[in-house]
Design a protein around this ligand. Structure first.
Ligand code: SF4
Ligand code: SF4
Ligand code: FES
Length: 548
């Protein structure tokens, strides 16, 4: 087909918007969303085609056809775009100065691109509700709403909880919840993301920051074992919000509300500085002094039995590896697995395991040949090193002669530690995680600014190992390499070459899947079999399970 005279090879399932996008021609749209049904509501996408001369047709609704000629820049199309913008703005308050969407608003962008004329409106604009609390996460401003119905369709078609509807008629129409029923779906935050204007806003983010002040970096949600791909938006060392990042095989383009809030643990109640002692005798010390103190406490006990190592399922693979390596050097006799308590789940994205790396910690334990015990059994040891303190109960720690906590947040367990070392969050460090179905995914230092003396857990272990006279782990890549050398699932993989959208460890794939959970297609490029050949050996299809 031809778009503005340029030949385009398109998929017969494409609409004209997607076909034009293939050659970089932008047909503007408000109501179209590639993941939702077609509403044909906003009329912004009208174009001319050879099939309907003299008439404008919606680019969102019309499908590609062999030989079709599409014109997106004729005077009639441009006229419609200007007219359309004028209609959309008739009752719009244009309160960009106090609107959170400002800077990422389709109305602003399209006004500059397709309209750019002074307002001709000389009548009073309609007043509508300005701050309807729709639910725990979402607030609605009816004056800004352009009635594209994306939010309504999302709730019907993706969340499968039809909690929103259009009420009233004509220019009085607005979006509403049903009487007495809030928008309390666990996916409600996605309506804010897909609202093209500032009508639906995230109550957690509202008025916190202008969007152009934040640094947007890829990250992985730490809220559950699904490992949704996200962007972390931060300024300084503070995260302001998480937004979903596209990964068809993990979260498509969505995420859950609980996951959106997981960044708060990176901002609040942090262990900022290393400290020795507890209670009244606790004192902040420099990182070197803290590590020296750990070495001083652990050295006499090394190899004598009674040492335990606790690893949280919130750890990255690199932190878990460093913990097991330290345990091996100390001659630890017991290993424990901690983590956040299990919670709710569904058949789409939300997993009951509220830890991002249970599979990775188990894989690392298997690689080091250690058996993981329940975290509540820590009373069996007299000295404990905890790589993150999730799940540790303070009343089980009182008897410990030595307790070293590498801890992200101040909690009851870290207040019992003889030495506490501040740990970076998953959003603040380079690392890797393995999700519930075996997808190995990278994390990055998504928050660039340093928070006090916080360091990745593996780097604290590195310092302690070196203090004990062993060789340490110089970097996250070195820690990953140490693990990959021991685990057949990872052998031959290199940290720096892990693809941004992750890689599936075929040996970990489950046999059962929740009904709507996104999953890799059989034989997808991301799926990789367990490697049994040494790194560097040319691996054929057979050796890798025929999945490459
Ligand atoms: S609230 Fe937003 S997404 Fe919903 S109809 Fe209005 S403009 Fe569209
Ligand atoms: S489903 Fe899990 S990984 Fe995805 S956003 Fe929610 S908590 Fe995070
Ligand atoms: S995008 Fe086609 S009518 Fe709205």
């Amino acid at each position: 087909m031809l778009v503005d005279g340029i030949e385009v090879e398109a998929d017969s399932r494409d609409n004209l918007i997607e076909a034009a996008r293939r050659i970089g021609v932008a047909i503007p749209y408000f109501c179209y969303h590639p993941r939702l049904s077609i509403a044909g509501q906003c009329r912004m996408c009208l174009v001319e085609t050879s099939d309907a001369p003299g008439r404008l047709v919606p680019g969102c609704q019309v499908r590609v056809k062999e030989g079709l000629k599409v014109t997106t820049n004729s005077p009639a199309v441009k006229d419609n775009q200007r007219g359309c913008m004028e209609f959309h703005l008739i009752n719009h308050p244009v309160d960009c100065a106090i609107c959170d969407q400002s800077g990422e608003c389709k109305l602003q962008d399209y006004y500059m691109e397709y309209d750019h004329q002074p307002s001709r409106i000389r009548v009073q604009k309609l007043n509508k509700p300005k701050r309807e609390i729709f639910g725990p996460m979402v607030v609605y401003d009816a004056e800004r709403c352009i009635m594209c119905t994306r939010c309504v369709r999302f709730m019907d078609e993706i969340a499968k909880e039809p909690q929103l509807a259009v009420v009233e008629r004509g220019s009085h129409s607005l979006i509403a919840t049903f009487p007495g029923q809030p928008l309390d779906s666990k996916y409600s935050g996605n309506t804010v993301d897909i609202c093209p204007v500032g009508a639906l806003l995230n109550r957690d983010f509202r008025f916190q920051s202008r969007v152009w002040f934040v640094n947007k970096s890829p990250a992985i949600c730490a809220g559950c074992a699904n490992g949704c791909n996200v962007y972390a938006e931060s300024r300084g060392n503070v995260i302001y919000r998480l937004l979903p990042r596209r990964n068809e095989e993990v979260n498509q383009v969505w995420m859950c509300d609980e996951g959106r809030l997981t960044y708060h643990a990176t901002n609040d109640k942090r262990v900022e500085w290393a400290r020795t002692g507890k209670g009244d005798s606790a004192a902040s010390v420099g990182p070197r002094i803290a590590v020296d103190r750990v070495v001083e406490l652990l050295k006499p006990l090394a190899g004598r039995g009674g040492i335990g190592v606790a690893v949280s399922a919130q750890c990255t693979n690199e932190e878990a590896t460093a913990a097991f390596q330290l345990g091996a050097h100390l001659g630890a006799t017991h290993y424990f697995m901690g983590g956040q308590r299990a919670g709710d789940s569904d058949d789409f994205l939300i997993r009951a395991d509220k830890n991002p790396n249970t599979a990775g910690v188990r894989l690392a334990a298997e690689a080091f040949g250690v058996k993981l015990h329940d975290i509540q059994a820590v009373d069996q040891v007299k000295a404990l090193v905890a790589m993150r303190t999730d799940g540790l109960l303070p009343d089980r720690l009182g008897h410990l002669e030595v307790f070293v906590a590498i801890s992200q947040n101040e909690d009851a367990a870290s207040s019992e530690a003889h030495v506490t070392l501040p740990c970076k969050s998953v959003y603040e460090q380079d690392g890797s995680l393995i999700n519930w179905y075996g997808r190995l995914q990278r994390t990055w230092e998504s928050v660039p600014a340093q928070r006090a003396d916080a360091a990745p857990g593996w780097s604290w272990a590195d310092g302690i190992l070196k203090g004990l006279g062993a060789s340490g782990l110089e970097s996250a890549a070195a820690a990953f390499r140490a693990l990959a050398e021991k685990s057949p699932h990872l052998s031959g993989l290199s940290f720096d070459d892990l693809p941004e959208d992750g890689i599936v460890l075929e040996g970990l794939l489950p046999s059962e899947w929740p009904a709507r959970a996104p999953r890799p297609a059989p034989g997808a490029h991301s799926v990789r079999g367990p490697q049994t050949t040494p790194p560097g050996t040319k691996v054929g299809d057979e050796a890798s399970g025929g999945s490459r």
